[in-house]
Design a protein around this ligand. Structure first.
Ligand code: SF4
Length: 331
């Protein structure tokens, strides 16, 4: 069954939903979570696989065909590959992707590729073991790299993207190692600017190492050529002029890309967020569990999306950081 496309009040058509399948994570990245972790959701409060699948099926009927599964860390959710298979089987899911920290990838790579996951983003912020440990509070780099290699053995898993957060005072020493890594391996490295979504609320504008600065540092060593930007894409992608690989920059702080944003988000407990920086949310779990029909759920979703924010206000006076941190939103 197809329904009218899902549109917001600014004329943007929604085509991409990011679903946090758990708020739990096995890492403690400083730009996201406190060392002691966060109070986790009760299991009963988290949407079941069936509930997620029903909501995705409904969204696909409204033209939302790109589905990204995130967390916390999605691979810590029990039987996660089963959920991926349930979603991949939905006729309207055109692209199914996963964002992971890679720690459990060696265990799950084959099952996820077999389940029908089309694309993988692996979050790695340092290629140096001690610095990786410093930032994530986990001595896990070798295991993450082993997971990446395990995934890379599956042709269907490519292109594999690596997301590295750009933090001033930390990432400068990672820029060239990552540029070389992108040139020498079949992975596309993308630097993502540090965003004010950390639970410790330590973010400051001065702590953002901008995409332009990182690109300039790379261009001192390697010539880059821009690639055309896909509509609604978050990354600005460049290829190395000598043909050895690609590298990208996601600059939500210094070069916001809200004008053609086509994304919405669903939290692990079933709250619809129309923007990464939303200060409000719409509860879908309560009506879902109260027996609402698909038409009723559609009305609730359309109403919320119609009020989707035009843009974020990170760079503006009076910006209010959302109460929810990145681990409870999902990338
Ligand atoms: S900040 Fe909000 S509006 Fe801007 S691109 Fe991200 S989700 Fe879209």
């Amino acid at each position: 069954m197809s329904r009218e496309p899902l549109q917001d009040g600014h004329g943007r058509t929604i085509g991409d939903v990011r679903i946090s399948v758990t708020d739990r994570c096995n890492f403690r990245c400083q730009y996201c979570m406190p060392a002691e972790g966060l109070p986790w959701l009760d299991r009963d409060d988290v949407l079941t696989f069936e509930e997620i699948t029903r909501l995705v099926a409904l969204l696909t009927q409204m033209g939302v065909g790109d589905v990204r599964l995130t967390g916390g860390e999605p691979l810590v959710r029990r039987d996660f590959p089963q959920l991926a298979a349930m979603l991949a089987a939905l006729p309207g899911v055109e692209d199914l992707s996963v964002t992971t920290n890679g720690f459990l990838l060696e265990r799950d790579a084959e099952a996820l590729v077999a389940a029908g996951v089309d694309r993988f983003n692996v979050s790695i912020d340092s290629l140096q073991q001690d610095r990786f440990y410093e930032l994530t509070r986990r001595d896990a780099l070798p295991r993450v790299l082993a997971g990446l290699e395990a995934l890379a053995r599956f042709p269907a898993a490519h292109p594999i993207k690596i997301n590295a957060v750009g933090i001033r005072g930390f990432t400068e020493q990672e820029v060239l190692p990552f540029a070389r890594f992108a040139r020498e391996h079949p992975y596309e490295v993308r630097f993502i600017e540090f965003m004010p979504l950390d639970a410790d609320r330590a973010w400051e504008p001065g702590k953002v190492l901008t995409g332009a600065e990182i690109r300039a540092a790379i261009e001192e060593h390697f010539a880059l050529e821009p690639e055309p930007r896909e509509p609604s894409a978050t990354a600005r992608v460049y290829r190395f002029a000598d043909g050895n690989g690609r590298i990208g920059f996601i600059n939500p702080v210094s070069e916001p890309f809200c004008a053609d944003c086509n994304r919405i988000r669903l939290t692990a407990e079933g709250r619809l967020r129309t923007c990464l920086f939303s200060l409000g949310e719409t509860d879908l779990r309560a009506p879902l569990r109260a027996g609402a029909s698909d038409d009723e759920l559609e009305r609730i979703i359309r109403d919320a999306v119609w009020r989707k924010e035009l843009k974020h206000h990170v760079n503006e006076p009076g910006f209010i950081q959302p109460a929810r941190s990145m681990s409870a939103i999902g990338g």
